[in-house]
Design a binder for this molecule. Structure first.
Ligand SMILES: Cc1cc2nc3c(=O)[nH]c(=O)nc-3n(C[C@H](O)[C@H](O)[C@H](O)COP(=O)(O)OP(=O)(O)OC[C@H]3O[C@@H](n4cnc5c(N)ncnc54)[C@H](O)[C@@H]3O)c2cc1C
Length: 397
């Protein structure tokens, strides 16, 4: 980690402390929309400091490497509002990276530029209720080329941030007869005001306030027509592009989780020092509590080093070359996060269960970490498959 990256991370932490953490109690009590006007002002300050969109190359952003941004992602992850303030919230950041790499000049002008400026939001629709998200080659949404238009029919859910987004990148089967199942799908940009695109409902999800970019929708596409030029990247490359996106995406997510875990550990230590069991005997004087603190510290430290190592490997060998490391961090860090949050609640007793602290929000909200972007079991299989291959055992996903 360079001194520059560390200095920047510390500056961002101080900024978070003074500009974003004061908004948290309002957010936790009244929801995202209650803090949106104030957050827009924070975004202007972020821009003025030259910190806008750290992982995107200039002129869009700061051009930080994946490893350098990983460090910053930890800092921003300390608050549920941190990434939004820097315009690096999912799924927008992933959509920006894909549009930047695969978008045509016209797509960049129409869809990427307003997203980069923070004027609009976007969504990404891959998962379907009737099919296992863990085996995405098996899906039903189809796009058929009729003249110069794609006609799309399908059913998606868990389309994060769909409500209020200006477009959705939809994963569709375009080549159902291709012998390679991984070459059957393409990504197509669908403006959300397209006739036939129906918002069925916002799904009520544990820990989610169901507002704005923090909502998850079920949608239907019924004979939705978009111009042929809305194909994103090459036809049949949908899964390959999704994999490219998910590699760095998992670095962003896992470092964000480490930020949450680190903050929870600090809250745990602060409370262990403050709360007295009897006069002059703080909670932290008990060995049982010390163990919870020490175990959390060790796991967070290990997780951080693992993610930074994976980020370096992605930089050197691409997402495909770092497949095993990415799967390792995805399930390992999600587990660390769950355990640290649980310990933080335990140490705080009743206060930990209350919504006076952000820990209970994090606990509910981040349970999904073990499911989205690949469930634990799938990532463990990826790791075991690579290891067992060397012993002549073939493992299928
Ligand atoms: C908060 C949240 C946000 C999301 N945002 C988006 C989004 O923006 N866009 C989008 O397209 N999707 C999104 N998703 C969907 C997410 O990607 C899927 O939920 C995930 O891929 C799992 O798919 P599934 O729910 O269909 O579960 P399934 O694939 O049906 O799996 C169910 C369970 O089976 C087990 N399992 C699965 N495969 C295996 C295996 N090979 N071996 C052993 N056990 C296995 C796992 O425990 C898994 O949790 C989001 C989900 C959540 C919870």
């Amino acid at each position: 980690m360079t001194t520059q990256t560390t200095d920047l991370a510390l500056e961002v932490r101080a900024f978070l402390q003074s500009e974003i953490l004061p908004l948290e109690p309002i957010f936790l009590k009244h929801g995202f929309k209650a803090v949106l006007p104030a957050l827009q002002k924070v975004r202007q300050k972020v821009k003025a400091k030259g910190w806008w969109l750290p992982p995107l190359p200039p002129p869009h952003g700061m051009g930080l490497s994946l490893s350098a941004f990983a460090r910053l992602s930890e800092e921003l992850g300390r608050s549920p509002l941190g990434h939004y303030a820097f315009n690096t919230q999912a799924p927008d950041i992933g959509n920006m990276e894909v549009l930047l790499k695969h978008g045509t000049p016209a797509q960049k002008e129409r869809f990427l530029e307003p997203l980069v400026r923070g004027e609009v939001r976007s969504s990404f629709g891959m998962t379907e209720p009737e099919y296992p998200g863990s085996n995405p080659v098996w899906m039903n949404t189809k796009a058929v080329l009729e003249g110069d238009e794609w006609v799309i029919n399908g059913h998606k859910w868990y389309t994060t941030g769909f409500e209020g987004s200006s477009f959705c990148i939809v994963m569709c089967i375009t080549d159902p007869d291709h012998p390679n199942p991984h070459a059957r799908a393409s990504q197509i940009i669908v403006p959300t005001d397209s006739p036939g695109l129906k918002h069925v409902r916002k799904i009520s999800v544990m820990g989610e306030q169901g507002e704005d970019w923090m909502s998850h929708s079920e949608i239907r596409l019924e004979n939705v027509r978009v111009p042929q030029e809305n194909l994103l990247g090459a036809r049949g490359r949908g899964f390959a592009i999704a994999q490219e996106r998910l590699g760095p995406g998992r670095i962003h997510h896992t470092m964000r989780w480490i930020g949450i875990a680190q903050r929870s550990l600090e809250l745990m230590c602060g409370y262990a020092a403050r709360r007295e069991l009897s006069p002059g005997k703080p909670l932290g004087s008990r060995q049982a509590i010390q163990h919870l603190i020490a175990e959390s510290k060790a796991e967070i430290h290990a997780a951080r080093l693992m993610v930074l190592d994976a980020a370096e490997k992605v930089e050197q060998q691409g997402a495909e070359g770092a497949k095993v490391e990415i799967s390792l961090i995805k399930f390992f860090v999600a587990g660390v996060l769950q355990r640290v949050l649980d310990r933080a609640i335990q140490v705080h007793g009743g206060l930990g269960m209350s919504d006076d602290l952000p820990i209970s929000f994090f606990y509910r909200h981040e349970r999904a970490a073990r499911i989205y972007d690949g469930a634990d079991e799938v990532h463990k299989t990826v790791v075991a498959r690579a290891l067992l291959k060397e012993y002549g055992v073939e493992v299928s996903l």
